[in-house]
Design a protein around this ligand. Structure first.
Ligand code: SF4
Length: 510
């Protein structure tokens, strides 16, 4: 098999210089391109082209990781298809934040069993947070032996290498001497690969990327989390917080501007603590200010960010947000509970009063700001009084949107061992009351903008009615207008004709 080598000076054949680890990975992508080309034919070949499908569960961080995986596979000469049942390579990028996320994966894997039986060359890979849980990996090894590759969150960047090594080993050939695959557990007989790292100090820049939307893009600013909220599995599966260097983030944004991107979203488990771990510490407020002025130069209209821990929301950040020309006046401020007793058990490091004071500061600096939140119902030991305290904060905050969750026990977290689990019927009843209250507040808030003319970034054709194009206001509310797909990717002024609780219908005014 021919391999396209790097030039001696470290330049890839595309003429760019890459840092050494990404250079290694590009080498593997080239090798895969040769292999897949001979297996399926390339894009210009007569036998059609190999295909891939990436199925994403969970949060924006996972969605961003999936774009990287898609970039690797597209670089390897495969074409993306929607339907995983017809793909040659399928990756499930998993989430483990709630138990039902795991169940979703098992359902999808079950559907692939007969397909894999008919097409044994099909490659099934699983990655993401769930793979950092030893029990889940063992369960999949035992019950779903047709899975070919499992890898974790810390070595996502080695996916091309793992795939190459699998194909080599299956063909009875040697892998490269410096391969990470030297340490990989190979299941006997079937040559399946399991490579899950506990952690890594490295952030590998300059890997391929396939953008889902040409006009908007998530930009990772940090990975992992140091907060250890007692119910949350993230610090265990994503590791400790690691910030990207500011210059790398700004360079990525500069490139996105050159590509015509209109909106960026800065992503981290807790963006507010960005930069504390860097050798030359930088605050998130500082990054936001520099991003804002760069977006001005590059023609990027909108900056959003996600997620923010209330304890790290600083006055400096509020000021940077308020003065930012392109920073959208929208803030996701997870409350989780309004009860100080429960917040303490959750290890959240704020009480309801401190939370309300910070929210008040946000509203004082930006009177039109839209604030959304996350709330967990039924945390162990939650009494009616605790729940009433949550309702009280919801009434005072008047959130524009709230993502409400039933507490889901995650093994390995401190809260899993807490006594006094709340009975299911009580949780359901409380959940219903919370939803009713929040829906009525959101509907009232939503109706405030009725009749106004506001800019909308159009994103996609409406799933239910193809004559409608859907987009987002600056405060992130959804808007549908009659129009054609040429609107997608453009910002246009829209008169909001009707408010429907959590979305609007409107008409173009320009
Ligand atoms: S801040 Fe808390 S809830 Fe958010 S990712 Fe970190 S540990 Fe989980």
């Amino acid at each position: 098999m021919e391999s396209r080598e790097m030039t001696a000076c470290g330049m890839h054949k595309d003429g760019k210089a890459y840092p050494s680890e990404s250079r290694r990975q590009y080498e593997y992508i080239d090798r895969l391109r040769d292999i897949f080309g001979s297996m399926y034919g390339d894009a210009s070949g007569g036998r059609g082209q190999g295909t891939f499908s990436v199925v994403t569960f969970g949060c924006q961080m996972n969605a961003r990781d999936s774009e990287k995986l898609s970039g690797i596979l597209e670089g390897a000469g495969l074409r993306e298809v929607e339907d995983e049942l017809s793909a040659d390579v399928v990756i499930f990028n998993t989430c483990t934040i709630r138990e039902n996320a795991n169940e979703h994966l098992y359902g999808r894997l079950g559907r692939l069993k007969p397909v894999k039986k008919k097409r044994p060359d099909m490659i099934i890979a699983i990655c993401g947070c769930m793979m950092q849980e030893k029990d889940e990996v063992e369960k999949i090894s035992e019950k779903y032996p047709y899975v070919d590759i499992m890898f974790g969150t810390h070595n996502l960047y080695t996916f091309a290498e793992l795939l190459y090594d699998l194909l080599m080993k299956r063909g009875g050939q040697q892998i490269l001497p410096d391969s990470h695959g030297q340490d990989i557990l190979l299941r006997d007989g079937r040559r399946a690969m399991i490579s899950v790292w506990k952690d890594t100090p490295d952030i590998v820049e300059e890997l391929p990327n396939k953008r889902k939307f040409p006009f908007k893009q998530g930009v990772n600013i940090s990975f992992g989390c140091n907060n250890f909220c007692s119910y949350c599995i993230v610090p265990y599966v994503r590791g400790r917080e690691k910030s990207r260097e500011k210059k790398d983030i700004l360079e990525e944004i500069r490139k996105l501007g050159r590509d015509g991107v209109k909106e960026i979203m800065l992503l981290g488990q807790n963006v507010n603590s960005y930069g504390k771990d860097l050798s030359e510490p930088v605050s998130f407020a500082e990054l936001l200010r520099e991003t804002d002025s760069l977006c001005d130069d590059m023609g990027i209209e909108r900056i959003r960010f996600m997620t923010s821990h209330p304890k790290d929301l600083s006055d400096e950040l509020i000021e940077a947000m308020a003065s930012g020309k392109h920073v959208m006046k929208q803030f996701h401020l997870p409350l989780q509970s309004g009860s100080d007793r429960i917040l303490k058990m959750m290890n959240r490091h704020y009480d309801s009063e401190a939370y309300l004071i910070k929210a008040e500061k946000l509203r004082k600096a930006m009177p039109d700001i839209s604030i959304s939140t996350d709330i967990i119902v039924g945390f162990p030991g939650e009494t009616e009084e605790d729940f009433e305290a949550t309702l009280d904060v919801v009434r005072r905050m008047r959130y524009d949107a709230a993502y409400t969750f039933i507490y889901s026990e995650r093994e390995g977290t401190p809260a899993a061992a807490f006594p006094d689990k709340v009975p299911e019927e009580i949780i359901k009843e409380r959940f219903g009351r919370l939803l009713e209250l929040q829906n009525s507040i959101a509907a009232e808030n939503c109706s405030r903008l009725k009749g106004r003319v506001l800019p909308v970034l159009f994103e996609e054709i409406n799933e239910k009615d193809a004559s409608l194009i859907s987009g987002r206001l600056e405060n992130n509310s959804l808007v549908h207008v009659k129009g054609d797909p040429s609107l997608i990717g453009n910002i246009r002024n829209v008169r909001l004709l009707e408010a429907h609780g959590f979305y609007y219908t409107g008409e173009l005014t320009d």
